[in-house]
Design a protein around this ligand. Structure first.
Ligand SMILES: NC(=O)c1ccc[n+]([C@@H]2O[C@H](COP(=O)([O-])OP(=O)(O)OC[C@H]3O[C@@H](n4cnc5c(N)ncnc54)[C@H](O)[C@@H]3O)[C@@H](O)[C@H]2O)c1
Length: 455
């Protein structure tokens, strides 16, 4: 069913609504139209990309990207040779594969890059790519540290290349609809934003099984470690770092960079915010997965986005399964946003019955108050207000094709992307602040003058 309610109609329908959500059918959202892959597209109309990092995420991005019309993968790069094989299996041909990403930067056949390498490699790859004149789609969180993000924004601005950061939900039809509803003022005064996500299984907590054949003969362990003080190869522990890098701050950014960044990016997009928090206060611990990791497995953060802005409370937990959800709370109700749905629970914000404070009045005063209140507020019989809530359903906000499509359109037409380096930096900063607050056991602030996190 097509949703053809205009915003005005939407507001008219919900005006004056009072009480709880009335049963109302879900309205289905239609995603942006992406044409089907064309068999014969003129070579001049094609976008040729190379991919760096074909692991868990890169392999999915590659599968999605090559299904888009006029988009072609012409080279792959990974430090583990098994992933050269994987890239060729996905593409269905023997595309050139290398361990050196600089080979892709030098390749004139390549218009742009997709990078899905661990967080500690993002800055180097992005800065090198844009400096070599390549546009790049880089996975979230944009940066491994605040300083890395500052350098990446500077490089993107200096070169003018297209940089899209991979928080795919900001290209979802669902978040676009929520953004439209929020900007229409549906919630009245926004008073609180809450969001949460919980998992409760080893895989959800990143205890991934390393590829069993990983060894120095098919993997460049030295380069993989980047600028982190080098550990010698140990067949027992090194494959764990390779597969479970999210658990250690040297390589990853914990639940903040892995999961919180999605909540923050989506929130910023839906609210039309594009700035770092002024202040963050986090609590966390390693409560369930005491496997040698140094990042918390439970992490709850309060963010202050400035005077007059609603407080934001975002909670991540790898020790209890809970749905991923936002609740935007305001004087006119709650907008609940999940992976597939948006639900509006209206509230009038008005007294719907006489004030219970008057139970403390003497009888005569109370009776007079009640009489007057009922005269002024009781609806005429048959004219009682009807409350109407709304529910929208759409494709998962985790679909990557729309986000990739916008990137390739940006590359082709030199147009603005949804999640550029500045937006990606601001979302990542919230995560770095959450981590810094956890480690310092203190509230932290973002100091824009020095581009540093202070406590
Ligand atoms: N958008 C999402 O929903 C989503 C989901 C999962 C992961 N991610 C992000 O994607 C990125 C990759 O995560 P993953 O789970 O796929 O990791 P992964 O460990 O499965 O894969 C990363 C690959 O990058 C390769 N690599 C590392 N350094 C390299 C270098 N310098 N040159 C070439 N190859 C290099 C590794 O060998 C590995 O094969 C991370 O930033 C992660 O946060 C995003």
């Amino acid at each position: 069913m097509k949703n053809d309610l205009t915003r005005r109609e939407f507001l008219q329908r919900s005006a004056g609504a009072a009480g709880a959500l009335a049963a109302s059918p879900a309205i289905f959202l239609e995603p942006e139209h992406i044409p089907l892959p064309l068999q014969s597209m003129a070579p001049s109309d094609r976008v040729r990309f190379g991919i760096i990092g074909i692991g868990m995420q890169g392999s999915g991005l590659l599968r999605d990207a090559i299904q888009l019309p006029g988009v072609e993968c012409v080279a792959a790069c990974d430090l583990y040779d098994g992933r050269h094989t994987l890239a060729q299996e996905i593409v269905g041909s023997k595309i050139p594969a290398t361990r050196r990403y600089k080979d892709l930067l030098d390749n004139k056949e390549i218009d742009c890059l997709i990078a899905a390498v661990p967080d500690h490699w993002h800055r180097q790859v992005v800065v090198d790519a844009v400096s070599a004149g390549k546009d790049i789609y880089c996975e979230k969180p944009m940066s491994h540290s605040a300083a890395d993000g500052v350098a990446m924004v500077a490089a993107a601005k200096k070169t003018g290349r297209v940089v899209q950061i991979g928080s795919q939900r900001v290209s979802s039809v669902l978040c676009a609809k929520a953004k439209e509803l929020l900007s229409s003022g549906i919630l009245g005064t926004l008073t609180l934003v809450e969001g949460s996500l919980g998992r409760n299984d080893p895989t959800g907590a990143w205890e991934y099984p390393p590829p069993p054949d990983l060894s120095l003969s098919n993997f460049d362990w030295d380069t993989w470690q980047g600028e982190v003080p080098k550990r010698p190869w140990d067949p027992d522990t090194s494959p764990k770092y390779f597969a479970r890098w999210r658990c250690w701050k040297e390589y990853g950014t914990g639940v903040a960079g892995d999961l919180l960044v999605h909540l923050v990016s989506g929130m910023n997009y839906m609210l039309g915010w594009n700035e770092p928090p002024k202040r963050a206060m986090a609590l966390g611990d390693i409560l369930r997965f005491k496997d040698g990791r140094n990042m918390p497995d439970v992490h709850a953060t309060l963010f202050d986005y400035g005077q007059g802005r609603a407080p934001v409370y975002l909670r991540l937990n790898l020790g209890c399964d809970t749905p991923e959800i936002y609740r935007f709370q305001g004087s006119k109700g709650i907008l609940e946003v999940t992976e597939y749905t948006i639900t509006y629970f209206p509230q009038s914000g008005e007294d719907e019955s006489p004030s219970y404070y008057t139970s403390g009045y003497p009888h005569a005063l109370r009776e007079a108050y009640l009489k007057k209140w009922h005269e002024e507020h009781d609806p005429k019989p048959g004219k009682e207000p009807v409350t109407e809530g709304f529910s929208y359903r759409g494709a998962s906000w985790d679909e990557e094709k729309p986000h990739l499509w916008r990137f390739f359109q940006g590359v082709k037409n030199h147009q603005q992307v949804t999640e550029d380096a500045v937006f990606g930096h601001h979302a990542a900063l919230a995560c770095h602040m959450a981590n810094e607050s956890y480690f310092r056991k203190a509230a932290v602030t973002w100091d824009a003058a020095t581009n540093t996190i202070k406590s």
